[in-house]
Ligand binder design. Structure first.
Ligand code: PLP
Length: 416
């Protein structure tokens, strides 16, 4: 299939009220009042254009892809493959380098089993950081355990930054892969992935970047990064749940064996043996999530129409405002104060456990996440069981932060 003709995206001026009007769920009353949705790190809400694109697919295009000659099958296949072109363009990749997955977690598992495991020897190391999400730790542990290799983690400083010199000192001739989160889901830290990729490549070590918390908030160009693998989830970028992508360099994908067998990933099948389809289909066994791909493409259209630079500037201004508001609250301590930070405010309070804080915030219509955020080693590093995490998205504003701040004062009143 030909690559789609790139459509220029002319960013709209950033207009918070117009953006909010695009997200129907934001008008939903919660606990009888206004919703301040500050749980974007867990999942984002979906704009009308994404809902419409998926609805349109099921009403007018639905059929199985790649398998029939009838009109609907052709419509479904065309829409599905156009989505791949759209997604590839967002990442600056070729369409063959974009493998559809169920999300970041599955993308990382694919690399663990299909790329790393066959190349791993006893004593090898997978170098991660101390701030990784469990999805960027456990898949490596699973394959390492099969071979007698191990996962090692570089330390995190008190402000929640990667200790870069310590990380560099841990690279060695046993390091088989570097894996790092682009943006920490718990701390908001933006890791220096450009420098890490350069250092690792100088030693011939490939790098996987977990982009789950990045793609809705900062521009990503996989070619400029020269990253080997880049994993992401649609639902954290205003797209549907259960869909995501793995970008991988063509050479890696061609050298990798399939990991799931079934329909669509084969060229020929016989009882003597089977042969594999071209990349990326070799890694996409079974009927795919067509509506998911189309919804993700629509979400990326939405993001680019607003402009990632404008989104980043808006969220950064809110982060600064939120930091000032929260640090003025007695007994509140921010966890994660890195110099380069995305829109995440994690904190603990002297007076109450995060779970109780979350419950009081909910009564005030403030949706946040409490717990370990799938980063248990990071909780151990900071000697805390959990944090409260407010995470920003495109539709948040000062009013959401004010609602959070007022509810936190209520927490102080109730518990002290
Ligand atoms: N990596 C990071 C940094 C995340 O924040 C998350 C989700 O919270 C994941 C990976 C896993 O994403 P998913 O559950 O969509 O596969």
């Amino acid at each position: 299939m030909n690559a789609a003709v790139p459509r220029p995206v002319i960013p709209l001026p950033f207009d918070l009220e117009r953006i909010r009007a695009d997200f129907p769920i934001l008008a939903e009353p919660v606990r009888g009042g206004r919703l301040a949705y500050l749980d974007n790190g867990a999942t984002t809400q979906k704009p009308e254009s994404v809902l419409r694109a998926m609805d349109h697919y099921y009403r007018h295009q639905n059929s199985n892809v790649h398998r029939a000659v009838h009109d609907l099958a052709e419509r479904a296949t065309t829409a599905y493959e156009a989505a791949r072109d759209r997604i590839a363009r967002f990442f600056g990749a070729a369409r063959e380098e974009i493998v559809f997955t169920r999300g970041t977690t599955e993308a990382i598992n694919l690399v663990a089993y299909s790329y790393l495991l066959p190349r791993l020897k006893a004593g090898d190391e997978i170098l991660v950081t101390g701030m990784e999400h469990h999805s960027n730790i456990v898949p490596w542990q699973l394959v390492a355990a099969q071979i007698g290799a191990r996962v090692v983690a570089a330390p995190v400083t008190d402000s929640g930054e990667l200790d870069f010199d310590a990380w560099r000192g841990m690279l060695n001739d046993r390091t088989r892969l570097v894996a790092v989160g682009h943006v920490s889901n718990t701390l908001g830290t933006i890791n220096p992935v450009e420098d890490m990729i350069r250092e690792a490549h100088a030693l011939g070590i490939p790098v996987l970047v977990d982009g789950a918390q990045a793609i809705a908030h900062l521009a990503v160009d996989v070619r400029a990064l020269d990253v080997d693998f880049y994993a992401s989830s649609a639902h954290k970028a205003y797209g549907p749940t259960g869909f995501g992508t793995l970008y991988a360099k063509r050479g890696h994908l061609e050298a990798m064996q399939p990991w799931h067998g079934g329909g669509d990933m084969i060229r020929t099948v016989s009882f003597e043996g089977s042969t594999w389809n071209d990349i990326p289909y070799k890694f996409e066994a079974g009927t795919p999530d067509m509506a998911g791909a189309i919804g993700f493409a629509a979400a990326l259209d939405y993001i680019e129409a607003q402009g990632l630079d404008a989104i980043a500037a808006h969220e950064h201004a809110l982060l600064e405002e939120g930091t000032a508001r929260l640090t003025a609250i007695p007994g509140l301590r921010l966890i994660g104060t890195a110099r380069r930070k995305g829109g995440i405010l994690s904190f603990v309070m002297d007076c109450a456990h995060p779970q109780d804080i979350g419950t009081i915030l909910d009564q005030s219509g403030v949706a946040v996440r409490t717990g370990h955020h799938c980063t248990m080693p990071l909780m151990q590093r900071f000697g805390i069981p959990a944090t409260v995490r407010a995470s920003l998205g495109i539709y948040n504003g000062s009013d959401d932060l004010a609602q959070l701040e007022a509810a936190l004062h209520k927490v102080n009143r109730l518990f002290t």
